[in-house]
Design a protein around this ligand. Structure first.
Ligand code: M6R
Length: 593
C-alpha cells in the first residue's frame, strides 16, 4: 500500500528518497512521484510517473536536492494514472503534498470550500493541499495546517512542503503509520522502517492526531491544538543484510527457505532450557478470561484458525477467530470475560487497528502477536509478543504464517499444564521442513504436470482444511489461478459441480482419523475427471501419493503441510512468468480499511 519518504538535510534528498521508495516497493504500488527543492537553482520540481520507480528515476532531472518528499501510490480513489499519482501541488503552486490513508469526507470538503474549482485529480488527497493553500493566505502555515487537519475525517500520514520555505518540512499523522528519524546531517521521515534503512540513526513512531515541523537539525511535534509534545527516540538497528535477496531469485523463495532456521530461532528466543520466556503477568492475565477471541486478516487469520485448535486443545479455553474487517463494525456477543489476541505480521493492518480502537474504548484486554514489535498494533495493545520471523518482504506471506503458528503453539503450551515436549517437537518440524526443501525440483515438475488449468481446489479436514485455505490464498495471489480451499466433505454439497476434466484438486492429509474420508472425497473428484495430487504424512502414505512428508506431532502439522503449498504457489507463478514478489493489485501492509 502507499509509501512515503521525506528528507531535509545536507545530503542529497533525491538519492535518499529514491532509495527509500525502492525499499518500499515490496508494499505494492502502481505509480510513484517526488517533489524536490533544487538548492542551486532555488526551484521546486515535481516528478511523477505511472508504473515502476525506474520510470520515475528516468524522469528526474534535479541533480541534487536538499529537501524532498516522495510517494508510491496504491490506488484507492481514482484510476492508476499520472494525474492521480502523488505528490499533488496546490493550484497556486505553493504547496506539495504526499498522503497515505483515506479522507472519508473529501467530497463534502470539496463542496464546502471549492464549489467551482476544477481539481486536477480524482484523489481524496488534492483537497488537503488546496485547503492548506486557502488557509495559508490568511494565517501562518502551521496554523493553516492545524486548521486543515481538524477538518479531515479518515486516516492520514502526510508530508507537506511549502515552496516559499525550503528549510522546513511539515508532516501529520492519524491512523496511518509515520516514523521520524534523525539521519547523518539531516532528518528523514517515512511510513515504514524499510524506508529509513541506511539513513536513520535514531527514530520514533508518531502518535495519532499529531503534526510536526522539521528543519534539517530538529523537529517539533505538536498536537492539533498546537501544544508542543515531548518525544524520545530509540536507536535504529535494522540490518540492511536481512532485507536483501542474497542468492535467491525472489524474496518469496528466500523466505520459504528461511523457515527451518527461523523456527530454531523462535525456539531459542522462547525457551530457556525447558522454561518458556513469556511473562507470567501476561499468562496470568490471559488465564483470568474464559473466552479467547482471535482477530486477524488474510494469512494471519489462517494462522489464527490453527491457533484456535491449539488453544482449545491445550488450554480448554473456547476460542473464536474473527475476520478483522467484519469484527470492527459487527461485534458479536462476546461472553462475560473475553480476551483478545490480534495477529498481524506487519502490525499496521487498518482493519485490525479499527478493532483495537473499539476494544480499547470498551477496556477489553488485548495482546498483539506480530513480526514488527515497534508497530502501531504492538504499541497500542496491552501486551505484545514478537514472532521473530525477520523482515518479510515478499507480498505473499510465508514465514510469518509458520512463525505465527509456532508462537501461538508456545503461548498455548505455556498457558496449559501439558507435559509433551513442545521444544523437541518444534525442532523435529524444522528437520522435516529441511527434508521437504530438498525436493523442490520434484514439486516444480508436479506443478507443471498438474496445474494446467485456471482453476484449482485444495481440500482437507480439520487442520488440513485450515491449511487448505492458506494454500489456496497463496496460489491465487501470486499465480492468479482461481483457487479455493474446501473442507473435503463439503465439496460434494455443491461445489463438486465445478469439477471438469483435468481440474486440479490437491488434498492435504495429515490426520489418521480423517485420512480415509478425505481420500474418498478425492476419489469422488478423480472419477469426475479431476487431476489429483496429495500432500501426506509418511505414516499415512498409500501407493500413488505424490508429496510425502516426515511425520511430526499432529498438532503442529500445519507448520509442515503448508510448506509444499508455498512451493506449489511459487513454481506456478514462476512458470506463468508473474512478478512473484509484487503480485498485481496487492499490497504488503494494508493500511486502509
Ligand atoms: O500484516 P498482516 O498480517 O496484518 O496482514 C494481513 C493480510 O493482509 C496478509 O496476511 C495477506 O493476506 C498476505 N500478504 C497474503 O499472503
Amino acid at each position: 500500500m502507499c509509501g512515503i519518504v521525506g528528507y531535509l538535510g545536507l545530503n542529497d534528498a533525491k538519492e535518499i528518497i529514491l532509495n527509500g521508495l525502492k525499499r518500499l516497493e515490496y508494499r505494492g504500488y502502481d505509480s510513484a512521484g517526488m517533489s524536490l527543492y533544487d538548492g542551486e537553482n532555488k526551484t521546486f520540481q515535481l516528478f511523477k510517473e505511472k508504473g515502476r520507480i525506474v520510470e520515475l528515476e528516468k524522469s528526474l532531472t534535479t541533480t541534487k536536492a536538499a529537501l524532498g518528499i516522495g510517494h508510491t501510490r496504491w490506488a484507492t480513489h481514482g484510476k492508476v494514472n499520472r494525474e492521480n499519482a502523488h505528490p499533488h501541488m496546490s493550484s497556486d503552486q505553493r504547496f506539495s503534498i504526499v498522503h497515505n490513508g483515506v479522507i472519508d469526507n473529501h467530497k463534502a470538503l470539496k463542496t464546502m470550500y471549492f464549489d467551482n474549482h476544477a481539481f486536477k485529480s480524482e484523489t481524496d488527497t488534492e483537497v488537503i493541499v488546496e485547503l492548506m493553500a486557502l488557509f495559508a493566505k490568511q494565517m501562518p502555515v502551521p496554523n493553516a495546517m492545524r486548521k486543515t487537519l481538524k477538518l479531515l475525517q479518515g486516516s492520514y500520514a502526510l508530508l507537506v512542503i511549502d515552496h516559499e520555505s525550503p528549510d522546513t518540512l511539515y508532516a501529520a499523522k492519524h491512523r496511518s503509520p509515520l516514523l521520524l528519524a534523525t539521519a547523518d546531517d539531516g532528518m528523514i521521515i517515512g511510513s515504514d522502517m524499510m524506508a529509513l534503512i541506511g539513513t536513520a540513526e535514531r527514530y520514533m513512531a508518531l502518535e495519532d492526531e499529531t503534526f510536526l515541523q522539521m528543519s534539517k537539525d530538529d523537529a517539533t511535534i505538536y498536537d492539533l491544538d498546537g501544544t508542543v509534545l515531548p518525544y524520545d527516540m530509540s536507536v535504529f538497528d535494522m540490518d540492511v543484510l536481512h532485507t536483501e535477496k542474497g542468492n535467491f531469485p525472489h524474496y518469496m523463495l528466500k523466505e520459504i527457505y528461511e523457515q527451518p532456521t527461523m523456527l530454531r530461532g523462535i525456539i531459542s528466543k522462547f525457551f530457556n532450557g525447558n522454561t518458556i520466556n513469556i511473562s507470567q503477568m501476561l499468562l496470568k492475565s490471559i488465564k483470568k478470561h474464559n473466552r479467547l477471541h482471535i482477530l486477524a486478516a488474510g494469512t494471519s487469520m489462517h494462522a489464527g484458525f490453527i491457533g484456535k485448535g491449539l488453544f482449545e486443545k491445550l488450554t480448554g479455553i473456547p476460542t473464536e477467530v474473527h475476520i478483522a474487517s467484519e469484527f470492527a463494525y459487527q461485534m458479536p456477543i462476546l461472553g462475560d470475560k473475553p480476551y483478545f489476541i490480534l495477529i498481524s505480521q506487519s502490525g499496521e493492518t487498518a482493519d485490525l487497528r479499527a478493532c483495537l480502537l473499539n476494544l480499547k474504548k470498551k477496556q477489553y484486554p488485548t495482546l498483539t502477536i506480530t513480526n514488527v514489535i515497534t508497530s502501531t498494533l504492538a504499541r497500542e495493545a496491552d501486551d505484545a509478543l514478537e514472532i521473530f520471523a525477520g523482515p518479510e518482504i515478499a507480498v505473499a506471506s510465508t514465514k510469518a504464517y509458520t512463525a505465527q503458528i509456532a508462537v501461538l503453539s508456545i503461548l498455548a503450551y505455556a498457558l496449559s499444564c501439558q507435559t509433551f515436549a513442545l521444544k523437541r517437537e518444534l525442532s523435529e518440524v524444522a528437520i522435516a521442513m529441511e527434508q521437504c526443501l530438498d525436493n523442490v525440483d520434484y514439486i516444480d515438475d508436479l506443478v507443471k504436470q498438474t496445474l494446467t488449468k485456471d482453476h484449482c481446489f485444495y481440500i482437507g479436514r480439520g487442520n488440513d482444511y485450515h491449511v487448505s485455505l492458506e494454500a489456496a490464498l497463496k496460489l491465487k495471489e501470486i499465480s492468479y489461478i482461481h483457487t479455493e480451499g474446501f473442507a473435503a466433505g463439503e465439496l460434494k454439497h455443491g461445489t463438486i459441480a465445478l469439477i471438469e476434466t483435468d481440474t486440479p484438486v490437491i488434498a492435504i492429509i495429515s490426520n489418521d482419523k480423517t485420512a480415509q474420508n478425505t481420500r474418498s472425497n478425492l476419489a469422488e473428484v478423480h472419477s469426475r475427471g479431476a487431476k489429483t495430487l496429495t500432500i501426506v504424512f509418511e505414516s499415512l502414505q498409500e501407493p500413488g501419493d505424490e508429496i510425502v512428508l516426515k511425520n511430526v506431532n499432529p498438532s503442529l502439522a500445519p507448520l509442515l503441510t503448508v510448506l509444499p503449498s508455498q512451493l506449489i504457489a511459487y513454481y506456478a507463478a514462476l512458470n506463468r512468468g508473474h512478478d512473484i514478489d509484487k503480485p498485481r493489485n496487492l499490497a504488503k501492509s494494508v493500511t486502509v480499511e
